[in-house]
Ligand binder design. Structure first.
Ligand SMILES: Cc1cc2nc3c(=O)[nH]c(=O)nc-3n(C[C@H](O)[C@H](O)[C@H](O)COP(=O)(O)OP(=O)(O)OC[C@H]3O[C@@H](n4cnc5c(N)ncnc54)[C@H](O)[C@@H]3O)c2cc1C
Length: 501
């Protein structure tokens, strides 16, 4: 069976690349090891309730904003998007007080200036800086030349140092960074570009999806098949075979036994982690050992322990925002990740689902997302979900109780309102999506070592390309930009991205 392009993995990046190529008239095929598409976008259903895994909210989806442009292209704007409270889309609980962050750069600055009047000038400058950075997110796609590495000098700058140099009040630094568990705050390495782009997008506007992230994946998969493409589910890629210096076919292990065992194509795109991609390229005349070693050595961002809670009916009022909850003994929110390295929990993201039905007054589901280092679960790595020992189950139950108690300090009454809950760990993510060490945001980018930690879509195999969160920015917006970068390298960028101008 031969296609113009075969895409390995149906995460957001894989599906978007398949969509772009199919829309450009290519005959495409996606192979996905799981029986549902979406990777981190997957939702799961228990007793009629939908729970999300790696998708909770997105930024910049308002009319004319950048994600709205991308999602219009992908026909995703008809999904049931719900805008979060513009007067407080995120609430930070830090140091015994709470702070609301508002949408719109001016409102954001004004709201915080009321609470930090002596820093008003610095807040305004910071907000203006984020606005400027956000307006440049498509530069790598639209600007001529090698847009990837020359994209932005901010990649080589350190985010924490920037904050320290431009904001005098340490408490304000905590609040400005306090809703950033959706990226890994690491003092030594986080590029200013990553910090600023992600924060900028959410200040523009913030949105949830009623019904869960699977709706995005299902819609993209349907569009791909409607355009004549194939999406093979339960079809695991086991090898990328190379011939005469080019990828020739992908070997597939199919759960149904119905899918082809070998899929030939002119072009191959891997949405898998670069590490897994290289493992599939078992024999290659193009990949030098030094390249393999470089990829295998890359550090990963932290994973998450998640507690998906079903609440008792009518107990917790729905507040249409997210909560970022920090432990009272934490001095700096930037220490959450180094504390997680040591097995200590100092911060969490609490996200509510849009309540089902007409009555939106009360929450039905709440998710707790707690950064967790893989080391905490590594000893069970040799087991599968079916064979996890009792000790692992007890670890999960203990952690869930600890985290629910911590969340109760931000949402009083939460502990008593829990009807039931489900948990997952970095091991769960590693098993289901193939994320190395269950990483939530992929390879850790290091502003001091960009050439090693930033990867381009092109690989040493001329017709094999990479895509997904490991390359550039993570998250729904970052992955969308990268999908176009990958497809631009295949199709040329001129006609492809004209809709962004
Ligand atoms: C807990 C958590 C919360 C998050 N919250 C948010 C959020 O609120 N907002 C946001 O914007 N981002 C969020 N993110 C990040 C976001 O989900 C990711 O950046 C994005 O979805 C990653 O997409 P991807 O295309 O890179 O790959 P992935 O989603 O990792 O997809 C890779 C795919 O490849 C498949 N695969 C692996 N091996 C094989 C194989 N051998 N053969 C075939 N298929 C294979 C996997 O099954 C998977 O479907 C969150 C992530 C996590 C983990």
């Amino acid at each position: 069976m031969k296609f113009d392009a075969v895409i390995l993995g149906s995460g957001l990046g894989g599906l978007q690349c398949a969509y772009i190529l199919a829309k450009s008239g290519k005959k495409v095929c996606v192979v996905e090891k799981n029986i549902v598409p979406g990777g981190c976008l997957q939702s799961f259903r228990r007793k009629g309730e939908v729970f999300d895994t790696g998708f909770h909210y997105v930024g910049a989806l308002g009319k004319g904003q950048i994600l709205e442009k991308f999602f219009s292209y992908f026909s995703l704007m008809d999904l049931p998007w719900v805008q979060l409270d513009t007067k407080g889309f995120d609430q930070i609980f830090f140091g015994g007080k709470s702070y609301l962050l508002q949408n719109g750069f001016e409102n954001f600055a004004e709201g915080l200036s009321e609470q930090f009047p002596s820093s008003a000038k610095q807040i305004k400058a910071y907000s203006g800086f984020l606005k400027e950075v956000g307006s440049k997110i498509t530069d790598p796609l639209l600007k001529p030349g090698d847009g990837f590495f020359s994209v932005n000098k901010l990649l080589g700058k350190n985010a924490f140092e920037y904050l320290q140099s431009n904001i005098n009040d340490p408490l304000l630094i905590n609040i400005l960074s306090g809703n950033s568990l959706k990226l890994e705050l690491r003092k030594e390495t986080l590029p200013l570009y990553t910090f600023a782009q992600i924060n900028s997008s959410y200040i523009q506007s913030a949105w949830r999806l009623e019904g869960g992230g699977s709706l995005i994946a299902d819609s993209l998969a349907k569009s791909i098949t409607d355009m004549g493409g194939e999406v093979f589910l339960g079809a695991e890629a086991t090898e990328i075979a190379e011939k005469d210096g080019k990828a020739e076919y992908v070997s597939v292990r199919s759960r149904s036994g119905k899918d082809p065992e070998r899929i030939y194509a002119d072009t191959f795109i891997s949405n898998l982690s670069p590490q897994l991609t290289l493992e599939l390229l078992k024999e290659s005349s193009c990949i030098r050992p030094v390249y393999r070693r470089r990829i295998q050595k890359l550090d990963q961002t932290y994973g998450f322990f998640t507690v998906n809670i079903r609440l008792k009916d009518g107990t917790i009022p729905y507040r249409n925002r997210n909560y970022y909850c920090y432990s009272p003994d934490l001095d700096c929110v930037w220490d959450v990740s180094s504390e997680a390295d040591k097995g200590r929990t100092k911060g969490m993201l609490i996200s509510e689902s849009v309540p089902k039905g007409q009555d939106k007054r009360f929450s039905t589901n709440i998710d707790l997302l707690v950064p967790m280092d893989f080391g905490q679960v590594a000893k069970w790595e040799g087991t599968t979900p079916a064979t996890r020992p009792q000790e692992y189950k007890e670890f999960k139950a203990r952690k869930a109780e600890e985290f629910i108690k911590m969340a109760d300090s931000c949402i009083p009454g939460l502990k008593a309102a829990v009807q039931t809950y489900y948990t997952s760990t970095p091991l769960t993510y590693q098993h289901y999506t193939g994320a190395v060490n269950g990483t939530a945001y992929g390879i850790r980018k290091d502003c001091n070592n960009l050439l090693m930690t930033l990867l381009a879509p092109k690989t040493p195999v001329s017709n094999l390309f990479l895509t997904g969160q490991n390359l550039n920015l993570h998250g729904v917006l970052g992955v969308s930009v990268t999908s176009f970068m990958t497809c631009s390298d295949i199709l040329g960028k001129d006609s492809l991205v004209s809709f962004l101008e």
